[in-house]
Write a protein that binds this ligand. Structure first.
Ligand SMILES: [Zn+2]
Ligand SMILES: [Zn+2]
Length: 152
């Protein structure tokens, strides 16, 4: 990862400063001056730069969220506490151990729990997964190493 939210915010600040500079320049020309109409493009450029600044800030926020909360993303769902104990029926899901229920088919969709473990299998393949998925991995993977990730 070599783009940081701070870099994007810096660029946003430059876009906004440029927009302000264009406005200062154009505002010096009164509306009745003959060149006023010719500056329409410059005034609209200031607006576009404002929008660019907003988009850059939005991207910085998205990147912030991506960096702090990474979803597990394994293609099936689990109970966050008990692992592979879900039953799904008629678009809903329930844990067979704790009886916790979900109103959507949690079992047959990508896992949205935050990653909490780094699992390295015998071949050296690294998978980041949530606390629920790691339970199943512990049962299945032999000679894998399990490292808890620092909580945010
Ligand atoms: Zn459960
Ligand atoms: Zn998971």
């Amino acid at each position: 990862m070599n783009v940081t939210p701070a870099q994007l915010r810096l660029l946003a600040g430059r876009a906004e400063a440029l927009a302000a500079e264009i406005r200062r320049l154009c505002d010096g020309v009164p509306a009745e001056a003959p060149e006023y109409a010719r500056l329409a493009g410059a005034r609209s450029a200031a607006g576009l730069l404002d929008r660019g600044g907003d988009d850059l800030r939005q991207a910085a926020g998205d990147l912030d969220r991506f960096l702090t909360v990474r979803e597990c993303g394994l293609p099936w769902g689990v109970c966050p506490e008990h692992g592979r104990t879900l039953s799904s029926e008629a678009g809903a899901a329930m844990c067979r151990v704790c009886r916790k229920a979900w109103k959507h088919d949690r079992l047959n969709g990508p896992c949205a729990e935050p990653v909490a473990w780094k699992v390295t299998d015998e071949a050296g393949t690294v998978t980041l997964m949530c606390a629920g998925h790691v339970l199943g991995a512990r049962a299945v993977l032999r000679n894998a190493t399990f490292a808890r990730l620092a909580a945010h």
